[in-house]
Design a protein around this ligand. Sequence first.
Ligand code: GTP
Length: 667
Amino acid sequence: MILQRGEAALLRHFSRFKLHRNKVDGSCLTFRHRWMKITPFMHGFKLMSTRPNKENVDLSVFSSDRIRNFCIIAHIDHGKSTLADRLLEITGAISATEKNRQVLDQLQVERERGITVKAQTASLFYHHQGVPHLLNLIDTPGHVDFSYEVSRSISACQGVLLIVDANQGIQAQTVANFYLAFEAQLAIIPIINKIDLKNADPERVEAQIEKVFDIPRDECIRISAKLGTNVDKVLEAVVERIPPPAASPESPLRALVFDSNFDHYRGVVANVALFGGKVKKGDRVVSSHLKKTYEIQEVGILRPQELPTSQLFAGQVGFVVAGMKDIKEAQVGDTLFLQDRPVEPLPGFKAAKPMVFAGMFPMDQSEYTGLRSAIQRLTLNDSSVSVQRDSSLALGAGWRLGFLGLLHMEVFNQRLEQEFNASVIVTAPTVPYKAVLSSAKLIKEHGSEEIIVVNPAQFPDRSVVSQYLEPIVLGTILAPDDFTGQILSLCASRRGVQKNMLYIDDHRVMMKYMFPLNEIVVDFYDLLKSMSSGYASFDYENAGYEAADLIKMEILLNGRPVEELTTIVHRARAYSAGKAMCERLKESIPRQMFEVAVQAAIGSKVIARETIKAFRKNVLAKCYGGDITRKMKLLKRQAEGKKKMRRIGNVDVPKDAFISVLKRKDK
Ligand code: GTP
């Protein structure tokens, strides 16, 4: 470190800074505020490997050949965030006190569940053979629901680190993510992580990588992200094996928006990758998508907290704030260009398509306004959620929301509860079906022959439809061969059609299946995991629509149809599905003061029935006289239980019954 001036003052501030960081757990606001105080003493501070500030970060020194943009992809829990931590730590972007903190997992739900939900960007300063380089890393989520985050992160990169757990080997998302990177023609660096584990078998994993991906085994780097073993080799490989971005600062500005966040004070903060030109505060830029002009108010890089800089140059990845007031203005995949130098937009990518829809209603209608603003605020930062107003007789006014998958829906729900203290009822999830209309009147009404149905209650009757279509996915299952028999019968019970089966080593099998999305979306993965003692993994990608013989099945409670429990099922499975739903409702609805009949019906025909018997006696009846405390306790417990219930007709239904009703128990 070369400290030329104000050394003592600088060090004094450094120590104060560190103390402060420890105390506040490194929160971003405090960090920036404190850092601003240090800047006057920083004039002589030359070395980039420590925390840089606005004055000493001159990004113009990083011409394209000194830039590497890459993302970390892997199956869930194979160690992406841990490796990201190590890379940030080695390059000085975070301090050692933040070690193993998974600093890129910033949401509360990410920390609690130990999963990454949102891709995060961080710029690292790294000296390779004495030459300073700017490395931009994007940590991506591993779960299939968030593969959209992976595909858009890939668009901003020239290479990927493909991490594989040395113990578990290649899993379903490893395969899916590999193909995303391969199709985008990115350089792929295979990394075998967790070599410190007792059961680690890096040789076997290398052989799998060679067989499945055709990557020579000597290209694999064996590391332990947790202990930091060989992580320096990863940085070297990033510089040596990933090509620099082919972008020139002389060409006109072409900035690809690959992610965006909403800040209540500044509006949209758009993450951009510059495929040409440069951008600075005061520039007037146009969005190709909306053709709207904005003035750039702030530019900078992410370390992973925002670090404003004077300019961003071709090949670099950073953020811009341009006074956009709505997240829809910074559409992911859009290209920004200078007002006076128009360019052809970059290819961009397909918008995220919600694949699971569910109704969302407040527990009580008095909470409607609060919930509306919570949903609005949450969707500001998650543009992949689609929102439509909805209402139901039983649950009142609410919304029909579209999610990328069931985990996405659960995470959204959890965030509503944790970040906004909102308690909601979520109805049975459904997939987007299509109906080809035959009635001229309806075609005119809808403006097209084919309609998408995201609410089973609005499923059109067969008399006005020439064909129903259901979404199909191509699923990949990886599992030890001991479980093959059980898995095959599970797939058959879910109307799966086998496409391929391959041994990736002596014991592990990869199977490819076409499934109706509806059959796998709710509980397939859970069942697969439990039947294989956690060893099987599953991933899927959309594979279009296929004609199917679908019917609408209604559930009646004491003869009254409950719209929110209506589902669409395949005709061949209607009886078994109806019976299973009635049984599960019987289990989840508590006994009431009267008998409750739970029925499944197709049209006017009842196909299954269960009966929930009435309470036999009043539990409070005996609590008379002096036993007032016990009586109070019981009343309190009953009231608390009721809070989690919703009255439909005269029956109290627990709020989670709407989802649990779809979970099947086939083994
Ligand atoms: P998602 O973001 O949910 O996809 O997970 P991830 O791939 O980011 O994995 P993460 O970094 O969260 O690590 C998962 C678990 O593996 C954590 O408990 C880590 O502590 C552990 N882990 C990561 N790397 C290593 C390693 O090298 N050795 C050992 N023993 N454990 C590791």
